[in-house]
Design a protein around this ligand. Structure first.
Ligand code: GLY
Length: 301
């Protein structure tokens, strides 16, 4: 029997790990617990980078991405560019369980959601619309298709990634986001991409990312971390290695590293977290009812 652990990105990850920890202690599977935790954040109208009340793209549409992965079987599912469906992480799980596919996008994902009985909803709240209007480049022009620069201060990219270890010693993970605020319509980041925003394998470990998805995709962030753990690195060492890789790719392009952070968990219950400079990354960990919010280690370029 393993001691259950849940880890999630950002301060709002506390909501996710609190829900996940309660389920894990009752014997839930890692994937069930991670999904329930992520869904609690999707439902929170105060979190404007995930699910309901997520910040819209450059034309004012909320477009969500998510994926799930089971570390025992390597089964996984994902959806990208989904509008009007709140629980996209649960939808990603349906893709995993009910279809022979891994990733459904846009209208096809929405049609599948309707077939599966998910309700259509307006995900924009008066508050999120107001925030979007205030922060968008070109202030208040809903016809604009100009995205914000990928790492500007007024962008929002606080994905929730939840990784869990259950009593059986299995790992499971979920990643869900509204992506970069003011992104171009059609833009997809790392979050629904298996191996980028999330990767989970009982034989090596679990890892997930948050931050500017383009930079996570560039280094296949989560798979990089899991493979580093397979090669013998601790979750902390593996996260730091991935951030150093992000720093190195930025240096090769002559730019400052974008805000990116990673978390990791192995089957011994060890955790890790690291981020690029200026990210001020916090994450939450729950073990047996003990919940902490911790600061991720910043790796200077
Ligand atoms: N990490 C979320 C995104 O870039 O869409």
């Amino acid at each position: 029997m393993a001691e259950p652990v849940a880890i999630a990105t950002w301060v709002f990850g506390k909501t996710a790990v609190t829900v996940a920890d309660d389920l894990l202690r009752k014997g839930a599977s890692a994937l069930d617990a991670a999904l329930a935790g992520a869904q609690a954040v999707e439902d929170d109208p105060e979190v404007n980078s995930v699910g309901y009340a997520g910040l819209p793209n450059s034309i004012g549409t909320v477009s969500l991405d998510a994926c799930v992965m089971d570390g025992r079987t390597l089964n996984c599912g994902a959806v990208a560019g989904v509008e009007n469906i709140r629980h996209v992480a649960a939808l990603a799980r349906r893709v995993m369980e009910k279809t022979p596919h891994i990733l459904l996008v846009g209208e096809g994902a929405k049609l599948f959601a309707l077939q599966q009985g998910f309700p259509l909803e307006n995900l924009l709240t008066p508050k999120s619309l107001e925030q979007w209007e205030k922060s968008k480049p070109g202030r208040g022009r809903r016809d604009s298709v100009q995205p914000a620069p990928p790492d500007d201060d007024y962008t929002s990219h606080d994905t929730v990634t939840v990784l869990c270890l259950d009593k059986e010693g299995n790992l499971g993970g979920v990643c869900t986001t509204s992506g970069l605020a003011h992104k171009l319509p059609g833009r997809v980041g790392d979050s629904p991409l298996i191996g980028h925003g999330l990767y989970v394998d009982n034989t090596a470990g679990a890892a997930g990312g948050t931050g500017v998805g383009e930079e996570i995709i560039r280094i296949a962030g989560s798979l990089t971390i899991v493979e580093a753990m397979r090669a013998g690195r601790s979750p902390q060492e593996a996260c730091e290695l991935a951030v150093r890789k992000v720093n190195a790719t930025a240096a090769r392009r002559g730019v400052h590293p974008a805000r990116v952070a990673f978390i990791a968990l192995n089957t011994q219950g060890q955790t890790g977290a690291a981020c690029t400079a200026r990210t001020d990354f916090k994450f939450a960990v729950a073990r047996n009812g003990h919940i902490e919010v911790l600061q991720g280690k910043e790796i200077a370029p």
